[in-house]
Write a protein that binds this ligand. Structure first.
Ligand code: 4AD
Ligand code: MG
Length: 454
């Protein structure tokens, strides 16, 4: 039976006979024996393997093994005299799966993240990207267990849609038309223009109007030409939607949700988080503890504007009531003023989507954004407009044709209820958790302007 290396570190005992399979990270030849560091992706730490000259075909085996070689090793575990790991493997038999010539791009030195993006098919074999993928997995697991424990139903919203949920016009068109001819979408596959979804919210609302509490978790797409360290053209979003819920309940859920995920990852990926704390950003662990243990700040947009106007600094984008918050403003609030996540509510209706519930003052909507230190907006959500007449008016104000969303309006005709939800940008969460500065390094295959390789 083969074991994963993580299992060996957790439960392996001296004298136990095991087989491991993995890729050689380094080979160190000494006079009396040779050390290999082997990694199979299950843990950050490599398993040290000792090859002694008594090993069958020792000289040849040594020649064929180099950094990147894929091997299986069988042998007995022995206590490790060196520091770091408690156990190592004395090889009795080596099987070679794939050798690895010297032009292997991942040689022992440190590579820049920019360079690693050009070899995205190999970069998960590095310490950092391997740790990112394990933390990403733990975040996704935490998300499902949080909602499942609370009785939310996981629903699957479509990837192809015929509407722009956010109304921001950042849609990718999906077509099977012959692009050499002028486009007539009436003749297209769906008989009308279709897009990759920017959000599963509208369909999640449909499901919440039957199942009460639901969530969707899937890829979303935005043809947003912003080449920043926090934007992807394809990113994953988690979107819960709750019937019989208002803006306060929405904030409570979002705060409990983020706390749960951080606690889960602290408990389940301690080595990986320790690694990020040492190598990437020395505030990773304190940030995580801080999220779990402190209450998030809660302010209205109007209060946020006042705080920004009082700030002892010049912002590149000047602040006044009515403007959208820029990332410099968001970061000032979360990073410097509150030093923890802060929930900002009740934004002007002119800068938010049509579906957000209009407040009694007619000027603001029941929106909420959660701003995180270093990341800025990590969650965007709202209470939804449940009143048919107000919703239609809001759509008209924003130049939309209410007939296009007749089914969405039907939810307000037939048994409408107050409801609310939010969207968490999954990659921004992983960035926040790991301290990775560029969002392209927390998704296996980033899609950004002019880049869809691999
Ligand atoms: O604020 P957004 O646009 O909200 C919605 O799409 C709502 N329909 C969600 C809902 O209420 N169900 O996006 C939600 C989150 C943002 O807060 C941000 O974290 C992330 O999605 N996000 C992006 N992440 C990576 N790349 C991009 N281009 C992103 N755009 C938004
Ligand atoms: Mg938003």
């Amino acid at each position: 039976m083969t074991s994963r290396i993580k299992e060996i570190f957790q439960t392996g005992q001296p004298d136990q006979s095991v087989t491991v399979q993995g890729w050689v990270r380094t080979k160190r030849e000494l006079k009396e024996f040779t050390f290999l560091e082997v990694n199979d992706g299950s843990s950050l730490a490599n398993l040290q393997v000792i090859l002694e000259p008594t090993l069958p075909d020792y000289e040849n085996v040594l020649k064929t093994i180099s950094t990147g070689t894929a091997i299986a090793v069988s042998g007995n575990l022995v206590p490790s005299p060196g520091k770091g790991q408690n156990i190592e493997l004395k090889a009795a038999e080596i099987t070679l799966y794939g050798d690895c010539p010297p032009d292997y791009p991942l040689q022992k030195k440190r590579h820049s993240f920019e360079f690693l993006r050009t070899i995205a098919h190999l970069r998960a074999r590095t310490n950092t990207l391997g740790a990112v993928m394990r933390v990403r997995n733990a975040c996704a697991t935490a998300i499902h267990s949080f909602f499942q424990e609370k009785g939310f139903i996981w629903v699957h919203t479509p990837i192809i849609t015929a509407n722009d949920c956010e109304g921001a016009g950042e849609l990718f068109t999906v077509t099977s038309l012959d692009l050499k001819k002028p486009a007539n979408f009436a003749e297209d596959f769906f008989g009308k223009r279709a897009y990759l979804t920017v959000s599963g919210q509208l369909q999640a609302e449909v499901m919440a109007m039957a199942l009460s509490n639901v969530y969707t978790f899937g890829p979303t797409f935005r043809a947003e030409n912003s080449n920043t360290s926090r934007h992807l053209a394809e990113f994953w979003m988690v979107e819960p939607e709750m019937a019989f819920c208002d803006l306060e309940g929405d904030q409570d859920l979002a705060e409990a949700f983020l706390k749960y995920i951080f606690k889960f990852v602290l408990e389940n990926c301690p080595e990986d988080l320790q690694f990020f704390n040492e190598r990437i950003d020395k505030t990773v662990l304190s940030t995580a503890e801080n999220i779990v243990n402190s209450e998030f700040g809660r302010i209205t947009y109007s209060e946020a504007i006042e705080l920004l106007e009082k700030a002892d600094r010049q912002f590149e984008f000047p602040v006044e009531w009515g403007v959208d918050l820029q990332s410099e403003h968001e970061r000032y609030l979360a990073e410097e003023l509150f030093k923890k996540p802060v929930i900002v509510t009740n934004y002007p209706k002119t800068i938010k989507a049509f579906y957000m519930r209009l407040d009694d003052n007619n000027k603001t909507v029941s929106a909420m954004d959660i701003l995180a230190p270093k990341i800025g907006e990590i969650i965007g959500g709202s209470q939804r407009e449940e009143r048919l007449d107000v919703l239609i008016q809001r759509m008209q104000e924003q130049g939309m044709n209410p007939d296009d969303l007749w089914w969405y309006l039907d939810l307000r005709r037939y048994g409408s209820v107050p409801h609310a939800g939010f969207g968490l940008g999954f990659e921004r969460l992983v960035q926040f958790m790991t301290g990775m500065t560029n969002i392209r390094d927390v998704i296996p295959f980033p899609r950004t302007p002019l880049s869809a390789d691999f």
